[in-house]
Write a protein that binds this ligand. Structure first.
Ligand SMILES: [Zn+2]
Length: 372
């Protein structure tokens, strides 16, 4: 085992925000999670990212009883509210009564696990819980085993879902995972594209939170540390997986979770939600990258140039909205979605954000994005 990994699993906590999830830093996340399931929980239901099928390391999860295993295809779409409703119905119809939902995969698989866990114990459909401030009961416990580093989803109290009306999270502390098993080796077989863009999203979370007007001081300090770490990762060519880089990424991702608990992202995330609504196959991390580049006026001298630099270091083309079939005909819908992101605009601009973020401002941003 490398020194970087050894140091990682024996680290003292490096974040300030109080994280309610139990974090297990592990050199063998798969067997640690299975062992703890035996010790602490009766009956697990697994939600596994389909991309992991065929990887030797994840075989033990695939040996679960078929009724207790759901394979999620994250390439077709981020999890939809209808996916959650279908899974809840399946688990109830078959009387499976799981004691814990285990989400193994990237942000999508983890968010699907988090949403399914809470919706199993609450009467309404998932779409009816998208947003903030609903009166909800505790769900079935959720454990997560991230296999992509940087989403922060392993720790955040949010399950982001694509609904019939909008892409929006179920936002409540009840939705956070009870245990997160963090093993930087689990991303070894992930594609460079996914490893790169997931860390770009991690960078944006930290970057936007450091600029936020509404985030808690500890969250901003965590985000500053996370920003340093994600910059050090993205300044390198990530073509080959490196354990040392994966360890640094995992440290940054945990800070991404902690900074998101007390903090809130800003403008490029607000713009990205419109794009995501228009294009199911557009990954969240790419949507935020496209949005950052459409907001040169806001991020010039910082995130805008950094984005171009990291793409260049990694020999990747600048992603475009048109690659995902987003065109001028979508602009009305894009503007409408982005106008609804009031908490994110408040985070970026503070009180009075409505004076800046008008329909015509947004129309200008999206026109630039679709014409890029
Ligand atoms: Zn994000």
């Amino acid at each position: 085992m490398g020194k970087a990994l050894d140091d990682f699993v024996h680290s003292e906590k490096w974040w300030r925000t109080n994280i309610p999830s139990e974090i297990i830093l592990s050199e063998n996340g798969v067997s640690d999670s299975l062992r703890l399931l035996k010790e602490r929980k009766g009956r697990p239901f697994f939600i596994l990212d389909k991309a992991l099928v065929g990887q030797e390391k994840f075989k033990p999860f695939l040996e679960a009883e078929p009724d207790f295993l759901f394979l999620f295809d994250a390439t077709a779409s981020e999890p939809r509210t209808s996916d959650v409703d279908a899974l809840v119905k399946l688990v109830k119809d078959k009387n499976l009564n799981p004691d814990v939902i285990v989400g193994v995969g990237g942000g999508g698989a983890m968010d699907l696990a988090k949403a399914t866990g809470i919706c199993l114990k609450n009467p309404k459909t998932a779409a009816e819980y998208q947003g903030w401030g609903f009166d909800m009961l505790s769900g079935v416990d959720v454990w997560v085993v991230p296999t992509l580093i940087g989403t922060g989803a392993e720790l955040t109290p949010i399950a982001v879902l694509r609904g019939p009306q909008k892409k929006l999270g179920i936002n409540t502390s009840l939705v956070a995972a009870k245990i997160a098993f963090i093993d930087p080796q689990l991303s070894e077989k992930a594609k460079k594209f996914n490893r790169f863009f997931t860390m770009m999203d991690c960078f944006y979370h930290h970057y936007e939170i450091t600029m936020s007007k509404t985030s808690a001081p500890d969250a901003i300090l965590d985000a500053q540390d996370g920003l340093t770490l994600s910059r050090s990762v993205l300044s390198r060519d990530l073509s080959e997986y490196s354990l040392e880089v994966a360890v640094t990424s995992a440290r940054a991702s945990i800070l991404g979770g902690s900074s998101t608990i007390g903090g809130r992202v800003g403008a490029s995330h607000a713009i990205s939600y419109g794009l995501s609504n228009a294009a199911p196959r557009l990954p969240h991390s790419v949507a935020v990258t496209i949005s950052m580049l459409g907001l040169e006026d806001l991020y010039s001298g910082g995130g805008y140039e950094e984005t171009l630099k990291y793409l260049d270091v990694n020999g990747l083309p600048v992603p475009k909205a048109r690659d995902y079939d987003i065109s001028a005909s979508h602009i009305d819908g894009l503007v409408k979605t982005a106008l609804g992101m009031d908490k994110l605009w408040l985070s970026h601009f503070g009180e009075g954000w409505e004076k800046t973020v008008t329909s015509s401002f947004l129309r200008g941003v999206y026109t630039k994005i679709v014409e890029a």
